[in-house]
Design a binder for this molecule. Structure first.
Ligand code: ZN
Length: 248
């Protein structure tokens, strides 16, 4: 069984298109999205329409904010979410029921497959909790999170890819040579972000899960096109484009 795990697309159509193309070349059986399909970027409708064709998705905090109530969002993210709502409404056509809302509204908060848990944030708070690399030094948090995981928890949300071990270590893709062997220990695996990487690498990131390894993929995409679209849209802060260039 070979699965591609993507997360944090954030309405970046150029990044998503490049990643889906790479996934097609990897001959995977299933593709899961771990949330935040929308928010920040310029193509929410197109990204929702592509992601809904995948095997399954879970709800991210930005998806939740688009359909329900944005909680704890900074002004830039909030403005992008209000703009996203309008965009999702626009594509419905004259008589169509806008089933993009239904798709987002019905996303589950987590998905369980045997010993594998799939969430946006964490095993404790599936939609909203961040687990950062430096949290390996917070033993209470780590004990709590690993206590909730049967074997593997796959997550996103921080946009920082890497593997957390039960022995309180964190391995970035660089540190494990893009290939982390599954050897039976409990793991939390952050699959990184397709549409807004924040680990100083501007390439889109996703992961492939096989029966014995996590493989990280980094995919170049024409981010200048995305930056240009963001610049052309007054409701989206230019910073949301600029950061794509640095991956920060
Ligand atoms: Zn996100």
């Amino acid at each position: 069984m070979k699965r591609a795990l993507i997360s944090d697309v954030h309405s970046n159509l150029e990044a998503l298109t490049a990643v889906l193309q790479d996934i097609r070349e990897q001959a995977v059986d299933e593709v899961y999205c771990l949330g935040d399909i929308v928010g920040y970027g310029p193509n929410p409708r197109e990204c929702v329409d592509l992601v809904r064709q995948l095997t399954l998705s879970v709800l991210g905090n930005h998806d939740q904010a688009a359909i329900f109530d944005p909680e704890g969002f900074n002004p830039v993210a909030l403005q992008a979410i209000y703009w996203t709502r309008i965009q999702l409404d626009l594509g419905a056509g004259p008589n169509a029921v806008n089933d993009r809302w239904d798709f987002l509204g019905e996303l589950p908060r987590s998905y369980n497959d045997g010993p594998r848990l799939f969430v946006h944030g964490s095993a404790r708070e599936p939609t909203n909790e961040y687990v950062f690399p430096e949290d390996i030094y917070d033993s209470r948090k780590m004990d709590n999170l690993f206590g909730r995981i049967e074997q593997y928890c796959f997550q996103g949300h921080t946009h920082i890819p890497g593997v957390f071990t039960d022995t309180r270590e964190f391995f970035s893709p660089d540190e494990c040579d893009y290939h982390f062997r599954l050897n039976g220990q409990k793991l939390m695996v952050n699959v990184g972000s397709v549409g807004q990487p924040r680990d100083n690498d501007p390439r889109a990131c996703y992961a492939i899960l096989t029966d014995d390894a996590i493989i990280y993929r980094r995919i170049e995409y024409p981010f200048e096109q995305t930056i240009e679209k963001i610049r052309a849209e007054p409701q989206l802060d230019n910073m949301l484009g600029e950061r794509l260039r640095s991956g920060r």
